[in-house]
Design a binder for this molecule. Sequence first.
Ligand SMILES: CC(C)(COP(=O)(O)OP(=O)(O)OC[C@H]1O[C@@H](n2cnc3c(N)ncnc32)[C@H](O)[C@@H]1OP(=O)(O)O)[C@@H](O)C(=O)NCCC(=O)NCCS
Length: 283
Amino acid sequence: MTPERLDVEQALPRMQALASRTWSPESRHHPGQLAWSAAYGEPDVLDLGPAYVLDDAWAWLESLDWLEVCGTDPAAVDAVVTAALAGAADEVTASTLETEAVVTGVLADHGFVEVESPWFTHHHLDLADLPAVGLPEGYAVRAVRPGEHEQRAAVHRAAWSPTSRVTTAAYERLMTIAPYRPALDHVVTTADGEWVASCCVWLDPTTGVALVEPVGCVAEHGGRGLATAASVSALTAARDAGATTGLVCPRGDDDHPGPARLYRRIGFVPGARTRTYRWRRGD
Ligand SMILES: CC(C)(COP(=O)(O)OP(=O)(O)OC[C@H]1O[C@@H](n2cnc3c(N)ncnc32)[C@H](O)[C@@H]1OP(=O)(O)O)[C@@H](O)C(=O)NCCC(=O)NCCS
């Protein structure tokens, strides 16, 4: 069982297909999260490592010291982790959902030990329970249109950080990567046409799961329900396109509790959390 070593660009469709095929509320990877992680910045800036791929498992060195793993077959997961560690840095961090017993077990067999780290809680929502979109006066919400990558990247950066790696060129490329759909990428605008909040939703048509990633609102317009409105609006569009379940993965630790509160107010219910593990060559 020898995994293929591929650039993530080549491997992405196969990685997404496996994530989709093995999806459950107990699994970490969603095709939209993989697309975002592989393409939110320009390739030479992200400096992504290779993926090691079999039919029933993959391991991706998102960077040479950060490992993502997917699969439910222990032998296949072991083979891809073995191959990835051979090509990795001397110290590697990996994150799994606490419910992923096979991946966690294989990492432990290889000598990974749990470490303290910020963690994330996966939240789920039955989209039948989605509330109506509520917007304060003076704002409108709508889907992004093809060709609006420059404004879309700018509103993301304005909410997250001026030094964010989400550039115009990166967003233009992201918009070409499945399962991105402009109809599920929503922005809130002011009466003057300024873009002030945004939410991108990624629909996996195989599972009907709509992932919210990312959400942002510029600070000057914060606390008015605009990130909530962008999220509910994009999720409503996803439901109209066939989605049945919403998924969002905000921080679960106490250092950044606001986003989880926002999603729980929409109706998202907390599920499993992530755990972080570290490996050192030779240990
Ligand atoms: C986190 C973030 C998206 C919130 O955006 P926002 O538009 O301010 O969010 P909302 O207004 O919908 O909700 C935020 C707060 O405003 C309050 N609020 C919402 N509508 C309100 C209204 N009409 N009147 C008064 N307060 C209101 C909410 O109760 C909430 O309060 P809480 O956080 O104390 O529970 C924004 O601060 C941001 O972009 N941060 C950086 C990026 C980030 O962390 N993104 C989320 C990662 S998962």
